[in-house]
Design a protein around this ligand. Structure first.
Ligand code: SAH
Length: 208
């Protein structure tokens, strides 16, 4: 089967799982997930499952990428988003299909380098990468309308709260490694609203 047919099947599956946002479905139907995993795993790239990407890290399950992206969009469209945990670069590419500018931070140098090369090669020139501890956000470029964290910590890093613009939304897994609650934190002026979007399983958010 061609990868395009595989992607269409994956999109149908995500619709069955309750993903409704057309922008998200179109992005997942467009981004070549098989390019973001090792060639030896490319035949599994369109299954709805997380896969290893080396250095003890994983590319997230497509359903979770879709849910998180949908959770960002539910609060309205946005022009710029900060992602913490670039990993393979897949989630960044999905976001780049939807918004004008994606900023993404990864602490592991080889992953940061590989994702940067691949995103450039695939033509995602609206993604800017940085190698650093993303628990500190990207202070020089904040505040952000949207922040998404693709690794889980025991709490929401204070710096990320601080870098959330008024009207902004932060989506982050919170809890012990492999068993976190996906939390959406919204900021309305001086009011903060926190809601749970269900259980997820992410690699740990590591602070250096
Ligand atoms: N969004 C990724 C999923 C990667 S898994 C994708 O689509 O492939 C989570 C990533 O977060 C890992 O690459 C891990 O190294 C990174 N990470 C963990 N703690 C971090 C931190 N404090 N700052 C930046 N990246 C971090």
């Amino acid at each position: 089967m061609t990868s395009e047919r595989n992607r269409k099947r994956l999109v149908s599956r995500l619709m069955e799982e309750g993903i409704v946002d057309q922008r998200v479905l179109r992005a997942i139907g467009t981004v070549q997930r098989h390019r973001f995993v090792d060639e030896a795993l490319a035949n599994m790239a369109y299954r709805d499952t997380a896969l290893p990407i080396g250095h003890g890290q994983t590319i997230s399950q497509p359903l979770i990428v879709a849910r998180m992206t949908e959770a960002l969009l539910e609060a309205g469209p946005f022009e710029r988003v900060l992602e913490v945990g670039t990993g393979s670069g897949y989630q960044a590419a999905v976001l780049a299909e939807i918004t004008d500018q994606v900023l993404t931070v990864e602490r592991i140098r080889p992953l940061y380098q590989r994702a940067g090369r691949l995103l450039r090669e695939l033509g995602y020139h609206n993604v800017r990468l940085r190698q650093s501890d993303g628990s500190w956000g990207w202070p020089q470029l904040g505040p952000f309308e949207r922040i998404v964290v693709t690794a889980g910590g025991s709490q929401i890093p204070a710096a990320l709260r601080d870098q959330l613009a008024p009207g902004g939304v932060l989506v982050i897994p919170v809890g012990p490694p492999g068993r976190q609650e996906l939390v959406r934190l919204s900021r309305q002026g001086t009011d903060w609203h926190e809601e749970s979007l269900g259980l997820v399983s992410f690699v740990p958010l590591v602070s250096d």
